[in-house]
Every structure is written in structure tokens, then in C-alpha cells.
Design a protein around this ligand. Structure first.
Ligand code: MG
Ligand code: ZN
Length: 533
């Protein structure tokens, strides 16, 4: 039921056309609410009953002509959208389509055209709704484990070094290196953050990213910080490429990092970037996108790139600022070209993470989450262009979901970040936002919990939700602004992960083994099988 006619009567809109009372009331509401003008994005003009039928037939023919690719995978690329739940994928596909000027619902992201799709159960051994450390370990080492731990099994207690000794599980990247494959990873987070760390590190606490964060008893029992483990990764030829953020974890406190000029976080006086670069003239360390572009990939066997002090910027902030940070597609292209040059016939393993989809969701900020998902789609497109499905298994998945939801019966092509404008009784778009029982409009996107219940004070009043908790009158607020925080039901400082399944999309050798509802650690077993190990 629309409640547009319940619009407050103290303000009038001055509509002059002779219209029915219902429409007049809606127009009055439009003016009263003074919402940021919303345009509908048009559906493609080619849509017709015939085109729907034909596209269904074409899709059927594609499915019928699919054959199982049982080639041995020379290369495996695991791509993780951190926190990229299914609602995020749906919203991001609409967002990306609308940026191209189309309604958006009919759009698909690059990985949505992969032939194999399945579901992944993401719980940890001790947690119904999982975290990124336990889930990354599941994907990289083939077993479920506790939340908060990396590269160790469930018998390690979180944060207890002694209990973790002997529980280390070998990661797929470690095994690939030992078998002579080229290896590496790319992320938009700190390279010591949970997801990338699971490719190379073993620790009972994801927060032990540099030595200043290691408790005394952990040092005493011989646990090493995550940044140091990256440097000391000694399997095979070592890590060939590691690109992302977090230079402070690698820089000692008595030295300033070259990006911000501020002292590093390390207490052991080791400059790990210098140690990496001094391993010989085939090793290189870079910290700007210009340096990355200048790297001679045929000669560089070990490339470390750290482009920010902590996490890298969101794609939106990189786009609007004059940044020295490369984007994810560029880092990915560099990594693949380097790995191809290094591996020859032996093949490679690469993990790619769009790690900040998760952070934008935690902040209750759908714009940046969707825009980073769009950048992940561009990254997958780059992967498709640079690899062959004959010899490269590409998997795109998420480690866990987030509480973003998408609803409200918006009309086709309604801005995905906008207030809901529904359809009238004849199924055509209304002219004013739908109103809730409290006579206030609402957005299509919202969160179950997080800061959107009562946003922090300050900020631009045109797009910030006011400080008072509960529902907010969005009059005069632009919910499509990149800094808008979607409303949330439960007040939490940080919006949280959610426990429903996430999707797995795959193409290339043995991708058809993703066919059902799978336990998350099954992903590892398919990768190993595809390699023929
Ligand atoms: Mg992550
Ligand atoms: Zn998270």
C-alpha cells in the first residue's frame, strides 16, 4: 500500500494542472518532501515480449552446448570480494548499469557470465556468522577453522600462541611455490590483513600484523608477526608478487615511510621493504603507481608493492583524488604479466582481493561498497582478457556476506541508491517517493545494523542522516551521495557480517565441480584437483 496521500498538509506544492486528487496529493508530497530530484534510468528500448523469449531461448542453447572442461589447470586465480554477499552483487550490477545510463537490472557483472555458479556455506568452526580470517583459511588451506585465526586449525585457541604450535596448515600458495609454480597476490587492503595473510602466514591472531602487536607470551613461544612471515616465506622460489597497502607494518619506528613520512610501526628496527629489495637485482620494491608502471616485468622475479600507509583508498576516493595508488585492475594486470613471464610452462597461482567492499559495508556506506564491487568486475574483465579458459581456472567468490538489503518495490530503473519510487495501480512509475507508515520516504538499500541507525554528528547535512536515532526524514537529503549512510535497524558502531551463503562463480578447467551448495573449504579441494595434484 502506498501512503503518499497521507502527506502532511501544512505545506502545499502549488501544482497548477487539473489532476485527480490522488495525483495532486502525490505531487504535494513531492514538493513537501523536497527530495533530491530523482531520475529513472530507462530500460533498453530493445526489450519486448519477443526479445525476452529469444533471450531465454539463447540462454538455454548456451547451457545445452556447455561441455565439461577437464583440462589440467596450468593456472588458478582465486578472486575474493570481501563481504560481497549476493545482495551486494545484485545492487552493484544495477549500480554499474545505471552508471552506463541504463535501467541496470538487466546488466551483469563480468563474473556473472561465468558458466558455473554455486553456493558457499561460510560459518567458522566456532562461529555461525564468520570472519575473514577463518574463511580465508578455509579457502586457502582446505579446512574450516576458528574465526580470527589464519593458517592454523581449530585446535589453536584464538590469540594463544602456545596452543597454535603444530596446528599450522599448508596454504595452497605455499604448496604451489613448492611445486615450482609462480605465486602471488593482490589486494586493496593492507597485505598483512586477514584475507591475503591466509596465502602465506600462520598465526592464532589476525591482528598480529607487525611485531609491536605481538603479546610478550607470543614472542616467548616463537610466534612471528604477519609482515615478517611474508618476508620469511621460504617455500620454492618465494612469493613472486605481493601488491596492496600497509607500508607501516613493514617500516621500523625509527624510520619514516616514503608515502606519508611518518614513522613505521615496527619495534624490531627491521625495514622489511629494504630487506625485500636487497635480495638481488631481480627483486624490487615500489610504492607509487608510476614506479609500478616502470617495472620491467621480464626481469623482475620478486615484486613487492605497498601503496598506502594502511588500507588502500576506496575506488571512489582514488577516482576523485590525484592519488599515487594504482587501481585494482592495474595491479592485477601487472601481477598476471609478471607471473606469466616468471612461470613459463609451470603455471602460477594468484589470489586477488577486493578487500574494501567489506569496509564500506562496515561503515554503513553502500555507495563505496557497490563502487568497489564494480571495480572488482572490471578486474575480472581484465583477468578474462589476459588468460585462457582452456588452461586457467578462475574462481570469484566472497568470504562472507553483509547485511545490506535491497527492497521496497521500487519501479524499474529507480536509482539503486535513491529513495523508493514505486509503481501506481496501473503498474507505471509513481511521481513521488513511496512513504512508510510514519509518512517518511525510505531508500531501496538499507542495513540490518550499523551506524545508519544514528550516524555520527557532523558532515554535510544534505546527505548525512541526523544524529537522532531511529527513522529519519530524508527531506532535503540526497541518499545517492557517495557519503550517505543507509538507515539501519540496530545501532551498532560497525555494521556486521551476515551468515547466509555467498556465491561462487567459476570458469575454466573443472569449474563444473561448483554445482551445488558447498562447504566453503571445498573451494580449495577443487583448486587442487584442477591443478592435477
Ligand atoms: Mg579481506
Ligand atoms: Zn568485515
Amino acid at each position: 500500500m502506498k501512503s503518499a496521500v497521507n502527506c502532511r498538509e501544512s505545506l502545499s506544492c502549488g501544482a497548477k494542472q487539473p489532476v485527480s486528487s490522488l495525483v495532486l496529493a502525490i505531487l504535494a508530497c513531492t514538493m513537501t518532501l523536497n527530495l533530491h530530484a530523482q531520475t529513472f534510468y530507462p530500460a533498453p528500448a530493445s526489450e519486448s515480449p519477443q526479445s525476452w523469449f529469444a533471450s531465454g531461448q539463447a540462454e538455454l542453447q548456451r547451457a545445452l552446448s556447455q561441455t565439461h572442461n577437464t583440462n589440467r589447470a596450468k593456472n588458478v586465480i582465486l578472486i575474493v570480494g570481501d563481504g560481497m554477499g549476493i545482495s551486494t552483487v545484485t545492487a552493484a550490477r544495477i549500480f554499474a548499469g545505471q552508471l552506463e545510463g541504463s535501467a541496470g537490472e538487466e546488466n551483469s557483472l563480468a563474473f556473472e557470465q561465468f558458466p558455473a555458479v554455486a553456493l558457499s556455506k561460510t560459518y567458522n568452526t566456532n562461529q555461525q556468522t564468520s570472519d575473514s580470517a577463518g574463511t580465508a583459511t578455509a579457502m586457502m588451506a582446505g579446512i574450516k577453522t576458528r574465526a580470527g585465526v589464519i593458517g592454523v586449525n581449530q585446535y589453536a585457541d584464538t590469540g594463544d600462541c602456545q596452543s597454535s604450535l603444530g596446528t599450522e596448515v599448508p596454504s595452497l600458495m605455499q604448496q604451489a611455490a613448492e611445486r615450482g609454480l609462480a605465486t602471488g597476490f593482490v589486494t586493496t587492503t593492507r597485505i598483512t590483513h586477514a584475507t591475503p595473510a591466509a596465502t602465506y602466514a600462520h598465526t592464532p591472531h589476525r591482528d598480529w600484523e607487525n611485531d609491536s602487536l605481538l603479546p610478550a607470551d607470543a614472542v616467548q613461544h616463537g610466534c612471528k608477526d604477519i609482515a615478517r612471515q611474508l618476508l620469511e616465506f621460504s617455500h620454492g622460489d618465494g612469493i613472486n608478487v605481493a601488491l596492496g597497502g600497509g607500508i607501516e607494518q613493514f617500516t621500523p619506528a625509527n624510520k619514516s615511510d616514503p608515502i606519508t613520512g611518518r614513522p613505521g610501526a615496527r619495534q624490531d628496527s627491521r625495514d622489511l621493504t629494504e630487506e625485500w629489495a636487497s635480495r638481488g637485482n631481480s627483486s624490487a620494491f615500489v610504492w607509487t603507481k608510476a614506479q609500478l608502471a616502470a617495472i620491467d616485468l621480464s626481469r623482475t622475479q620478486h615484486l613487492l608493492g605497498l601503496f598506502s600507509r594502511s588500507q588502500m583508498d576506496y575506488a571512489y576516493d582514488r577516482q576523485v583524488s590525484d592519488t599515487t595508488q594504482p587501481d585494482l585492475p592495474t595491479m592485477t594486470e601487472t601481477a598476471i604479466r609478471l607471473l606469466q613471464a616468471q612461470s613459463g610452462d609451470d603455471g602460477f597461482f594468484l589470489m586477488i582481493e577486493a578487500g574494501r567492499i567489506d569496509h564500506a559495508h562496515h561503515a554503513g556506506n553502500a555507495y563505496r561498497a557497490l563502487n568497489d564491487t564494480r571495480e572488482l568486475s572490471d578486474t575480472v574483465q581484465k583477468v578474462i582478457e589476459l588468460t585462457s579458459e582452456q588452461d586457467t581456472l578462475v574462481i570469484v567468490t566472497a568470504d562472507h556476506s553483509h547485511s545490506l538489503t535491497l527492497g521496497g518495490y521500487a519501479t524499474r530503473g529507480n536509482p539503486i541508491l535513491g529513495a523508493v519510487v514505486g509503481n501506481n495501480d496501473h503498474g507505471h512509475a509513481d511521481t513521488a517517493p513511496s512513504l512508510a507508515q510514519d509518512n517518511m520516504p525510505y531508500t531501496t538499500l538499507g542495513y540490518r545494523d550499523g551506524p545508519g541507525f544514528a550516524a555520527e554528528g557532523g558532515g554535510d547535512p544534505r546527505y548525512m542522516i541526523p544524529v537522532a536515532p531511529g527513522r529519519h526524514d530524508l527531506s532535503g537529503i540526497d541518499p545517492t551521495h557517495p557519503d550517505f549512510h543507509q538507515e539501519a535497524l540496530i545501532p551498532l558502531e560497525s555494521e556486521g557480517h551476515t551468515g547466509e551463503d555467498v556465491a561462487i562463480y567459476a570458469r575454466g578447467p573443472w569449474s563444473h565441480l561448483f554445482h551445488s551448495t558447498h562447504e566453503q573449504h571445498y573451494i580449495y579441494h577443487v583448486m587442487r584437483h584442477a591443478y592435477g595434484w
